[in-house]
Design a protein around this ligand. Structure first.
Ligand SMILES: [Zn+2]
Length: 232
């Protein structure tokens, strides 16, 4: 990974920034300082110098499980609600249809070169596992559930313009989607990790904010809206 969480703060730092920080704290060898933290499992990561300028990176220095090493084993993937609530499901699906433009726009902010067919795949998967039926689901967080439902492959991106594969992760404490709306006194973190093959590259952290509902910067045409609403 080229960026990790700061040793103590909730912000991403690059490898040169970490090395600087280690030096400021009096460490000659950067790995003797506490280490940056993996944005997903929060464990300490080691730093490795690059072969070229600017490709120094962080890595997990153990064989322990971290979802970023194996995105397919994210624990919440493909999970259907155990006590699906049909009334809530109808209401939540209605919310998605009514706000489909805003949801599509929010996804575009998070996933560069999002293709409409990818959006349709997401909506199909959401329907298949019935994410709408979760008891107590706050439908305004649907975009943040949707992004975990598929992997965003370069080959499926709009005009194949996406360079890396993107996968979205919640922090490791989240084992089920329900954990997202358990009140823990703070928002969960949602990270997007870019992969070049199996190599983790960049990290971006997103806030699970609700203002997207009024932003709508990537409006769908009427025909597109009809199409995606019909799969919803
Ligand atoms: Zn990790």
């Amino acid at each position: 990974m080229f960026e990790v969480l700061h040793p103590h703060k909730n912000e991403l730092i690059t490898q040169p920034e970490y090395i600087q920080l280690a030096a400021e704290h009096g460490f000659q060898l950067p790995n003797e300082y506490v280490g940056g933290r993996c944005p997903v499992c929060k464990r300490r990561m080691k730093v490795r110098a690059g072969h070229k300028k600017d490709d120094g990176h962080f890595y997990h220095n153990d064989k322990l499980f971290c979802p970023t090493k194996d995105p397919a084993s994210r624990p919440y993937l493909g999970k259907t609600p155990t006590n699906a609530d049909p009334v809530a499901a109808a209401r939540n699906r209605e919310f998605a249809r009514n706000n489909i433009n805003a949801i599509w726009s929010r996804l575009n902010e998070m996933v560069p070169y999002l293709d409409l067919k990818e959006f349709v795949s997401i909506l199909e998967e959401a329907r298949r596992i019935n994410v709408y039926g979760y008891v107590d689901l706050d439908p305004t967080i649907l975009p943040y559930v949707y992004v975990t439902l598929i992997n965003f492959l370069p080959s499926k991106s709009r005009n194949k313009q996406r360079k890396f594969k993107f996968c979205f992760f919640y922090e490791a404490e989240v084992k089920d989607y329900e954990d997202l709306w358990i009140d823990r006194g703070r928002e969960c973190h949602l990270s997007r990790i870019s992969y070049d093959g199996n190599q983790t590259k960049r990290v971006k952290v997103f806030e699970m904010e609700r203002e997207y509902l009024t932003r709508v910067e990537y409006p769908l045409s009427e025909r597109q809206e009809q199409w995606v609403s019909s799969v919803c």
